[in-house]
Design a protein around this ligand. Structure first.
Ligand SMILES: [Zn+2]
Length: 129
């Protein structure tokens, strides 16, 4: 999978961290850094990418405007994830783990846990899919 490197919070011309008042304001910075790809399924989308909250904003309102809680997601992945709380140690996350090593793409287009993972790693990879 593509590496997802969000980087530090964007800064303005004077070097001060930009304080977002709406999470949608992060969209151009995320698209510039991550490319126009869904952070989960990697689909390239010229339009229709949304700012995704890793921790759902409904359960974690304090993280609604937190740069480190943002990814980009297509409408399918965003709605599939829904309001699931994420415990980072229970999933492989595209911005924290090298998911390139966790999955294998098969000839028929499926994505499976990489066969060289340990049993526990395969369990995490399956859960992440
Ligand atoms: Zn997606």
């Amino acid at each position: 999978m593509r590496p997802v490197e969000r980087g530090d919070q964007p800064t303005d011309e004077s070097g001060k961290p930009i304080r977002f008042t709406k999470y949608q304001q992060a969209s151009p910075y995320l698209k510039e850094r991550l490319g126009r790809y869904c952070s989960y399924c990697e689909m390239h989308l010229p339009a229709g990418l949304h700012v995704e909250h890793i921790q759902p904003k409904s359960h974690h309102p304090q993280q609604k405007l937190d740069w480190n809680n943002f990814l980009l997601a297509c409408v399918h992945c965003n709605s599939a994830k829904g309001e699931t709380d994420i415990i980072a140690t229970e999933y492989y996350l595209p911005d924290q783990d090298n998911t390139f090593l966790a999955f294998e793409y098969t000839a028929d287009g499926s994505i499976i846990p990489h066969p060289k993972l340990t049993r526990q790693q395969q369990h995490l990879a399956l859960k992440s899919l």
